[in-house]
Write a protein that binds this ligand. Structure first.
Ligand code: EPU
Length: 341
């Protein structure tokens, strides 16, 4: 067996983007598929609670973790195959998402530019089907491989096996804690087709003086918008959107519009409507509010932040207060996007 350094009572403050200072009873970093397989076969996880960690960018720790935190660090990007239209690129799970984006930009492979600057790792990206600016991971996803935690078998999952939905997949539901994703294959465009319709991208490109679209310029526009709206996690701890945008029926929207004519909602292909949770929270007066060290970000009310030494409990309490006021005012229940532990 490979020798792995299993740390005990280890602070994971620098392994979660909220920057919450809690301890893991055991903490291990695995740097390759061989290490993952070897660690699983060692039996160390047997009868222990465990958490597979990528970039720690979608998690709120409210207490010490009394089991094993397994951080996946395996790196590597390879081209699997290509044809006239597409290039199939495989990235190992521990690649930092933005490093992978940088690689696609450098090579002018299209499809991921709208997902620029999302914190996290490649391996975590399919779990919640990350999305931004009109693109979701599933739009460029081809296949992944994952290691069964019980048996050590490596299994391939095609797109339809993953049950992708809005910030969701089979790995967040039926197969939660059953597999470690070890690589993801993306089907990227050799002749990029750009998706600039969403939100402020076109306006940003105009401001930048760009009239010829490229993977790099669209990525730059997205990065600039994100920089304005979202905190820099190096400075202020957060986990992106804390809640999902709630989905309601046309009937419910009609009724809400009687009292709130300015409500922001987007029609979905199935005729339901996704309501902008940031708007709902702002209307309840929460934007830029701060309770102790926890707060609601000044430029985007869907983002809860840690201004310093906040505990996870403080942020959770703030989130409950927000949920209650949104429910009282709009009769809508917000669901968390962030995993609370
Ligand atoms: N809005 C407000 N007040 C706010 C925030 C937003 O009125 O405080 C309004 C905006 O003016 C806009 C609408 O709400 O009209 C939507 O806002 P925005 O475009 O910022 O996007 P969002 O729906 O709040 C979602 C994703 C983000 C993603 C952006 C851009 C979810 C839960 N969040 O946010 O993803 O970056 O769209 O595509 O779907 C994440 O998941 O962690 C994340 C950051």
């Amino acid at each position: 067996m490979l020798i792995m350094n299993i740390k005990q009572n280890f602070s994971i403050k620098f392994f979660n983007t909220f920057g919450i200072d809690v301890k893991a009873k055991y903490f291990v970093e695995l740097n390759s598929d061989e290490e993952i397989i070897s660690f699983l076969s060692s039996g160390f996880l047997k009868n222990k609670q465990f958490l597979i960690l990528g970039g720690g960018s979608n998690i709120l720790f409210t207490k010490d973790f009394t089991g094993v935190v397994v951080k996946i660090n395996s790196k590597g990007i390879t081209i699997l195959k290509e044809d006239e239209d597409f290039i199939y690129v495989k990235a190992r799970a521990g690649e930092v998402w933005q490093d992978f984006i940088d690689y696609t930009i450098k090579n002018n492979y299209g499809g991921l530019e709208n997902l620029s600057k999302i914190p996290g790792s490649v391996g975590a990206s399919p779990i919640q089907n990350i999305g931004a600016y009109g693109v979701e991971l599933k739009d460029v996803f081809y296949q992944l491989t994952a290691i069964n935690i019980q048996t050590g078998d490596i299994i391939k999952f095609n797109k339809e096996d993953c049950n992708f939905g809005y910030r969701s997949s089979i790995f967040k539901n039926e197969l939660k804690n059953k597999y470690i994703i070890n690589s993801v294959v993306f089907r990227l465009f050799r002749k990029p087709v750009f998706n600039t319709k969403y939100g402020a991208i076109e306006m940003e490109l105009r401001d930048m003086g760009i009239n010829k679209l490229s993977v790099s310029t669209v990525s730059e526009a997205v990065s600039r918008i994100r920089k304005r709206k979202l905190p820099d996690i190096e400075q202020i701890g957060c986990a992106g959107s804390f809640f999902k945008n709630p989905v309601i029926t046309e009937e419910e929207l009609k009724n809400l519009k009687k009292d709130f004519p300015n409500i922001i909602a987007y029609e979905q292909p199935d005729k339901t409507f996704k309501v902008a949770a940031g708007w709902l929270i702002e209307q309840c007066g929460w934007k830029d509010k701060r309770i102790g060290n926890a707060g609601v970000y000044k430029n985007q009310a869907l983002v809860l932040v840690n201004y310093g030494n906040s505990t996870g409990k403080e942020i959770l309490e703030l989130s409950c207060k927000i949920e209650n006021s949104v429910f009282e005012k709009f009769n809508i229940r917000l669901n968390k996007e962030v995993n609370v532990l």
